[in-house]
Design a protein around this ligand. Structure first.
Ligand code: MLT
Ligand code: ZN
Length: 459
């Protein structure tokens, strides 16, 4: 087995085949609370040919390979649970093309999402997916996880924008799939299947992304409520009015209190919950839309509505929202960070059930997220030793209880973070044995020996 690593070092140089715990530290973890899993080596590929080489050698020598973007995943998808090789595409950072004429871009997987969005906007274009980690996550990782974010409410998630993929399969065969055209239904939609496959089907080496014209106007408002229940009612009311903001977010009191110290936006002191509503489109139409959303908030019991005065204030507001997850993590010994989604009409009901569950398991719970999509980040906060048996039982009761309530409302375990390692054992709550078995067959088609990101998604 060590021959393979020597061969890789000979081909790529020791600086790109990392070995030893000190060098592997940052490749053994991700943004999940699951801890460290050390691989034998981390390989930093710089081209498709190098990815082919790694996957060919790994298949020949039966070494597991875990693909990795920039490690911002929250469910352990990039953790090398079976050891072997972590194959990082972080150095494949070329933007090969941005075409305003064809409304698309062709990129390598290591391009950082936020940098790509800025570049697209310089061309008068717009790439909507905007997970909170946008300044430090890669497009390859976004494709693997089918990343979402606040703007998914109007614009949909990553899958809607990936029209072509070049992927290397286990064994080293490169496969180009998809198209460059706006429409196209030739053959099966393999691009759709590979996006969101959490690195279990292949390793992405090139992505063709659909782009939109950049909207000319954006308005962002924040409505203050005394309770999360009222904010949930406001979300439902905005939806019922037929409004289509580009983002419709909620934060409860505990989430707001946690971000306050580092938030550039000063959240109102007495806020029991806030809804953040962002609209885009022609500048002329925006004011009427803002007014309609403000009316819906007021009717649901909103106390106040603030509209961002300028771009700088908008940015400050979003910064406050985006630091929810790190602020909660820094303040507590452990956090159970969930990512459930329910049908939109069930938002008020799931919020009630979460409150009851938190009281039952005696864990404080901060809830925020993409309420317009019914996608809530539910965070149970733990300050006692999470490894002690009684605390572990409460954490387990919180997670299982949340998933059971979610599924009872015909929701799903994950709106956008994926299943990875952390939610694997709950898959059977949502999906039938037969559906799981068909998905496993699909996995075997691309990776018969289960060497590519093994131990993920399915129990
Ligand atoms: C977010 O919306 O902030 C991200 O998905 C991260 C999180 O779960 O908190
Ligand atoms: Zn999110």
């Amino acid at each position: 087995m060590s021959d393979v690593y020597q061969l890789l070092i000979r081909e790529l140089g020791a600086a790109r085949v990392l070995r030893g715990e000190d060098k592997l530290y940052s490749y053994a973890r991700d943004e999940s609370p699951l801890g460290f899993f050390y691989p034998e080596a981390a390989v930093l590929a710089e081209s498709r040919e190098e990815v082919e080489l790694v996957l060919r050698l790994a298949a020949e020598h039966k070494i597991p390979v875990t693909p990795r973007g920039l490690g911002t995943g929250m469910t352990g998808g990039a953790l090398p649970v079976a050891g072997g090789i972590v194959l990082s595409t972080e150095r494949m950072k070329k933007v090969k093309e941005v075409s305003a004429e064809d409304l698309l871009a062709v990129v390598e997987p290591g391009v950082v999402l936020g940098e790509f969005q800025t570049l697209a906007e310089e061309h008068g274009l717009f790439y909507p997916p905007d997970p909170a980690s946008l300044a430090m996550c890669s497009l390859g990782g976004n494709v693997a996880e089918n990343a979402g974010g606040p703007r998914a409410f109007k614009y949909g998630v990553t899958r809607e924008y990936v029209i072509g993929l070049e992927t290397v399969l286990m064994g080293g065969e490169a496969l180009a799939m998809g198209r460059r055209t706006a429409k196209g239904v030739t053959g099966y939609d393999l691009v759709g299947a590979f996006v969101g496959s959490e690195g279990t089907f292949g390793v992405t080496t090139e992505i063709t992304l659909k782009l939109l014209p950049k909207p000319t106007g954006v308005a962002t408002m924040l409505a203050v409520f005394s309770s999360i229940a009222q904010a949930g009612e406001a979300v439902t009311a905005i939806l019922k009015k037929g409004q289509r903001p580009r983002a419709l977010e909620l934060m409860d009191r505990l989430a707001i209190d946690h971000v306050r110290p580092k938030s550039q936006y000063v959240f109102p002191r007495d806020a029991g919950a806030v809804a953040i509503v962002e609209l885009d489109g022609d500048v002329e139409g925006l004011e009427a839309g803002v007014q309609r959303c403000a009316d819906a908030c007021a009717a649901a019991g909103g106390l106040e509505v603030f509209v961002a005065k300028d771009e700088a204030e908008r940015r400050r507001l979003w910064q406050g929202r985006r630091i929810c997850s790190p602020s909660l993590r820094e303040a507590h010994r452990y956090k159970v960070a969930e990512d459930i989604a329910v049908p939109r009409g069930s938002i008020p009901e799931i919020l009630r059930r979460i409150e009851r569950l938190a009281a039952r398991v005696e864990l404080p719970c901060a809830t925020y997220g993409h309420a317009g999509d019914g996608n809530l980040h539910v965070n149970f906060l733990v300050d006692d030793d999470p490894k002690s048996a009684p605390v572990r039982r409460r954490i387990e009761a919180a997670r299982e209880g949340l998933f059971r309530e979610t599924v009872a409302l015909r929701g799903t375990l994950s709106g956008e973070h994926g299943i990875g390692l952390s939610k694997m054992k709950y898959m059977t709550l949502e999906q039938s044995a037969s559906l799981i078995s068909w998905q496993k067959k699909l996995k075997r088609l691309w990776d018969p020996e289960n060497l590519l990101n093994p131990g993920k998604i399915f129990p």
